[in-house]
Design a protein around this ligand. Structure first.
Ligand code: GLU
Ligand code: ZN
Length: 330
């Protein structure tokens, strides 16, 4: 898989006239921790159309720092899924693992500013906080057990062989931010608290990597599932602490099963690869999703590209999409 090592910014030199007309940069950021399903497809479609409808660029980033949950072959599968959907990109795929020095540099800045402290709390606590915290996995706010430490205390812990993570000193919640889809959002204090930016395993946590990457890649707009709303105040604090310019955030409703829970295995096989193998055409799925977003008056086969002039964030219903199709079912 080709890897871009250089941070890519908004430079137009190498771009076509078409791409240069706008400074919008969106991104697709699959985690290769499992298969991409119908829910992912809807979010990617919205993110892609939002950028393309304003002649923006699209960055594809594979969020592969989430080891050991990364599954062999899942990154390649995600690329195949996106190609099948007809969603293309201008930059990438960019992997995170070769970018460790960038994350390390950001961590060093946070240490120098005493915005992080070494945290020796149990591994289970830390692991839970370390990957993209989709709401159902979120634990209680960190009680501040290790907050008395200074960054320099890490040296002592290292000497005595103690494992520790780096935790960011959060401002107290609640937090408010302006979301391009949801409008004014308030994240309650119960969902805030000091959070892990560097795992005891020696790798960056999702919150830090995503901020460093989105900033380095010149991303101007982050469109993702609304289960990540509680992450946004954390990321906004990191942008501030690192003196980086934040993107516009836009959280869209998830796809859920008939029981109202986030689409998952229990709802049957909605993996894109399974639909593909079952002979479902990408245009059928795209048409179904476009209808669910209010861009078609009835579901009918259509390509992602044909939807560009029809894209409108405002027609997307505020409630989750309940997925009941039996595509791909035997
Ligand atoms: N890779 C993350 C996920 O699939 C997305 C994180 C983000 O969009 O910020 O959950
Ligand atoms: Zn601790």
């Amino acid at each position: 898989m080709p890897i871009s090592r250089e941070p890519i910014g908004g430079s137009c030199e190498a771009g076509t006239v078409e791409r240069c007309r706008s400074s919008v940069v969106g991104r697709l950021a699959p985690s290769p921790t499992g298969a991409q399903h119908v829910g992912n497809a809807r979010t990617y479609l919205i993110a892609w159309l939002s950028a393309r409808s304003r002649s923006g660029r699209v960055v594809l980033r594979i969020e592969d720092i989430d080891s050991p949950r990364v599954k062999p072959g899942a990154a390649e599968q995600a690329l195949e899924d996106l190609r099948w959907l007809g969603l293309d990109w201008d930059d990438g795929p960019i992997l995170q693992t070769p970018r460790l020095p960038l994350y390390q540099a950001a961590l060093d800045k946070l240490k120098a500013a005493e915005r992080v402290y070494p945290c020796t709390c149990t591994r289970a606590d830390i692991e839970r906080a370390a990957s993209a915290p989709h709401l159902d996995h979120e634990g209680p706010p960190y009680p501040g057990t290790c907050a008395h430490r200074r960054a320099a205390d890490a040296a002592v812990l290292e000497r005595t062989g103690q494992r520790f993570a780096w935790r960011f000193r959060s401002e107290p919640g609640p937090f408010r931010f302006e979301d391009a889809f949801l409008g004014a959002v308030t994240v309650p204090a119960e969902l805030c608290g000091d959070f892990v930016v560097w795992k005891s395993a020696g790798t960056p946590a999702y919150q830090l990597a995503v901020v460093v990457d989105d900033a380095a890649m010149g991303v101007t707009e982050v469109i993702r599932g609304d289960d990540l709303v509680p992450s946004t105040p954390r990321q906004l604090q990191l942008y501030r602490a690192l003196a980086l310019t934040p993107p516009r955030f836009c959280h869209v409703p998830l796809v859920v099963g008939p029981d109202g829970r986030r689409l998952a295995k229990r709802h049957g096989d909605t993996r894109l690869s399974t639909l593909r193998q079952a002979g479902v055409r990408a245009e059928e799925l795209i048409g179904y999703l476009a209808h669910s977003c209010g861009w078609l008056d009835r579901p009918r086969p259509i390509s992602a590209r044909e939807l560009i002039p029809r894209f409108d964030l405002r027609t997307i219903p505020r409630q989750p999409l309940v997925f009941t199709e039996r595509w791909g079912a035997a």
